[in-house]
Design a protein around this ligand. Structure first.
Ligand SMILES: [Mg+2]
Length: 458
């Protein structure tokens, strides 16, 4: 008999015997069973931790740069010596997390949803959600460590053991160079590719873009796409199609190839460009216009036979549900560090699935946030693919320790079975990449006592 099978059989026999005793001893044995159950339960729990008495005592940060983004990692400490890690979204201010410190001190971090609902009023779209989401990640890390289970298990278990990745790849205006870079990704094992395809490619070619004098791709980044007055000409569209055709030939027709960063062009140009690109069978057209424009998105989606996608700047599930209910885009694309963290993002996946839509995941950051994404992707049924922005940063994986396997290999992330998020910061490597003038998880006492009357409903 196999060792595991023998053990199971012995346990079964033991259970039968105990079952007999229970029947014979009546009420007294029922008491014994309750005690035994409690003991078995506590045996599974981290011995350093009594979860019901766990309390948050501190929130500190280490601000990493050049990953290639700026990413503040946060650490939440407790009264029982265990700490949880989260991350403020790439490029966002760590203040978004620090201002939450006084609101979470003294809370039991295992009450993840309760704390999330308490602090979610301090988040907003894009980077402004960075603090709420970073704290939420750290709470799952703590709850997992306290109960000795991986975060995906706390979310309801996993649908997959490996998470498909797509890698951000630095753009080149030379299709041969860009094609080679994307081909290399495929050779490294990535099974899904994404390219940048913006009007910057043709903007300086006479007759390719029509725009009011002085308006450029660069000057219009703060203006919503519909209000720039920039439109592509037939020549511009033909040049962009030729660029895609060359890259498609190089990477092959059998691998999903998505396109992003079109520039702030009007809806009609999006439709004309999209229709011209149909023959290259792209995996999706990303963020052609702002996510706020449900009706305009629907026009593009109905007109173009390539999947459309948006969502990386949306905070909370409701706008995703609005887009899905209207079938305004084909694929929803939350960034977990903006959308509301692990549980809210799983809820987004589940909700949009009800309307027949898949969920891809946007991500740029360190391995802390990466692992939060991996656990969420594992636990969400309609997950498609997760972004990875740092494949070319050689020290990226060294930022953490504790993982038994590489964080990712051959284009897939490995879902860890260790408690919480499954990784810890590696102090030596983190200290090598701190933002100038910042320290390694130094005290933040000045944020302990911020007070305001936060009630939303008078
Ligand atoms: Mg994008």
């Amino acid at each position: 008999m196999e060792k595991a099978t023998r053990k199971w059989w012995q346990n079964r026999r033991g259970a039968s015997r105990r079952g007999f005793l229970k029947a014979a001893a009546g009420v007294a044995a029922a008491g014994f069973w309750a005690e035994e159950t409690i003991q078995a339960y506590q045996g599974n729990v981290n011995t350093n931790s009594k979860p019901s008495a766990l309390r948050i005592t501190d929130l500190r940060f280490a601000h990493i740069i050049d990953a290639p983004m700026r990413c503040p990692i946060i650490r939440i400490d407790t009264n029982q010596g265990i700490s949880g890690y989260g991350e403020v979204r790439d490029g966002a201010s760590v203040t978004y997390a620090l201002m939450l410190k006084s609101r979470i001190l003294g809370e039991n971090p295992c009450n993840v949803d309760k704390i999330f609902r308490k602090i979610k009023q301090f988040g907003f779209h894009a980077r402004q959600a960075g603090g709420v989401c970073g704290v939420e990640m750290a709470l799952w890390d703590l709850a997992g460590k306290a109960y000795n289970v991986p975060a995906y298990q706390l979310l309801g278990g996993k649908f997959r053991d490996r998470i498909r990745l797509y890698a951000d790849t630095t753009e080149s205006h030379d299709p041969k160079v860009y094609g080679e870079r994307l081909k290399k990704r495929r050779e490294e094992g990535f099974t899904w590719l994404k390219m940048d395809l913006g009007i910057d490619l043709v903007e300086k070619i006479p007759g390719a873009v029509t725009a009011p004098a002085g308006v450029t791709q660069r000057s219009s980044v703060w203006t919503k796409h519909m209000f720039t007055g920039m439109e592509l000409t037939e020549k511009g569209i033909a040049l962009m199609c030729d660029y895609v055709a060359q890259i498609r030939e190089m990477v092959g027709w059998d691998i999903p190839l998505a396109a992003d960063h079109f520039g702030h062009i009007g809806v009609n140009s999006c439709i004309r460009l999209g229709k011209a690109l149909e023959k290259y069978n792209l995996a999706w057209l990303e963020d052609m216009i702002p996510w706020t424009e449900t009706e305009l998105w629907k026009q593009i989606t109905l007109a173009v036979d390539i999947p459309t996608l948006t969502g990386e700047d949306i905070y909370l599930k409701e706008p995703f549900i609005e887009l899905a209910r209207n079938h305004a885009v084909d694929i929803l694309h939350p960034d977990l560090a903006t959308s509301g963290g692990l549980l809210e993002t799983k809820k987004i996946g589940d909700a949009v699935m009800e309307y027949g839509h898949a969920m891809a995941m946007h991500f740029a950051g360190t391995p802390i946030s990466f692992m939060a994404n991996v656990h969420c992707a594992a636990a969400t049924e309609n997950f498609l693919v997760l972004e990875h922005h740092s494949v070319d940063v050689p020290w990226w994986s060294n930022l953490v320790t504790g993982n038994e396997q590489p964080l990712y290999e051959k284009g897939f992330a490995v879902v860890p079975d260790k408690p919480g998020l499954g990784v810890e910061p590696n102090p030596d490597e983190v200290k090598r990449h701190l933002a100038p003038g910042t320290g390694y998880f130094e005290p933040t006492e000045n944020w302990n006592n911020e007070r305001s009357w936060d009630r939303l409903y008078s």
